[in-house]
Write a protein that binds this ligand. Structure first.
Ligand SMILES: C[S@@+](CC[C@H](N)C(=O)[O-])C[C@H]1O[C@@H](n2cnc3c(N)ncnc32)[C@H](O)[C@@H]1O
Length: 252
């Protein structure tokens, strides 16, 4: 699976540096607000991709590490770090389920738009808990469609990006986090207005497959259709998409 992730993200790394959702200032502000960073913090952003969240945290913390499996994604992050002349950001190649850090290292842990790629979620959460200092917080943001829209989107996600494993609902995330020992402070479902073609472009999906995947969304029925609300605006497909925004504490 780690090879799948690298094979998928390596060739499209430059797209992620500018991707609409990933680089959106409002989205980044929301993560920073949820994380409530302190100037003395040592922070870790896992599956950092091209480093959007780590770079947004950098001005608010002592030092931030951005970790990712895919070298090409981190190359993009390094380019931005050099452009902005940032001195308190480190980029590390590594796996979210086997973090190369000692127990109780970090004051803040963040992960965004990535846990749906992780095969072993219990291990991922165990690692998040392990590297966080007691009494400190973690922020988990990931796609979290409600049922039954998730079933429709699952097929689309899997074909768009075979390294997609599974999205979880907000309720499932809360259960998993509590099982891992976290105390969940807040778990907010966020519905987003989703630009389907833009989403496909980020992963360089070929045109015939874009048409097939659009057909899956547009032919959804019943409750899934009511949730997804697919519509064409000037010929472009838009539909609902969902994220979970979760702040959780490793109890002291
Ligand atoms: C959609 S990008 C998310 C980027 C970033 N978190 C953001 O919000 O802009 C997903 C990233 O997860 C990384 N990834 C997937 N599985 C991983 C794992 N097990 N450990 C570390 N990184 C992983 C991929 O390499 C990719 O860069």
């Amino acid at each position: 699976m780690t090879e799948d992730v690298r094979a998928r993200f390596g060739p499209v790394a430059a797209n992620y540096a500018h991707a609409k959702f990933h680089s959106s200032p409002e989205g980044l502000r929301e993560v920073v607000e949820l994380a409530r960073p302190q100037l003395g913090d040592l922070a870790l952003d896992v599956a950092t991709g091209t480093g959007h969240v780590a770079l947004a945290l950098a001005p608010h913390v002592r030092r931030v590490y951005g970790l990712d499996l895919t070298r090409e994604m981190l190359d993009q992050a390094r380019r931005v770090t050099a452009e902005r002349d940032l001195m308190n950001v480190e980029w590390v190649i590594g796996d979210a389920v086997r973090l190369p850090f000692a127990d109780e290292t970090f004051d803040l842990y963040t992960v965004r738009a990535a846990p749906h790629h992780f095969l072993d979620v219990d291990h991922f959460l165990h690692e998040a808990y392990r590297v966080l200092r007691p009494g400190r917080h973690a922020v988990f943001v990931d796609c979290a469609p409600p049922m039954p829209a998730r079933d429709v989107l699952h097929e689309v996600e899997k074909r768009r990006d075979p390294s997609h494993v599974m999205s979880r609902t907000v309720e499932e995330w809360v259960e998993l986090l509590e099982h891992a020992g976290f105390v969940v402070d807040s778990a907010i479902p966020r519905e987003l207005d989703w630009d389907f073609e833009d989403w496909m472009r980020t992963m360089a999906v070929p045109a015939p497959m874009v048409a097939e995947l659009a057909e899956i969304v547009e032919s959804a029925e019943g409750e899934a259709r009511r949730q997804l609300r697919p519509e064409r605006r000037d010929g472009r497909l838009w539909h609902a998409y969902w994220h979970a925004l979760i702040r959780a504490e490793r109890p002291g």
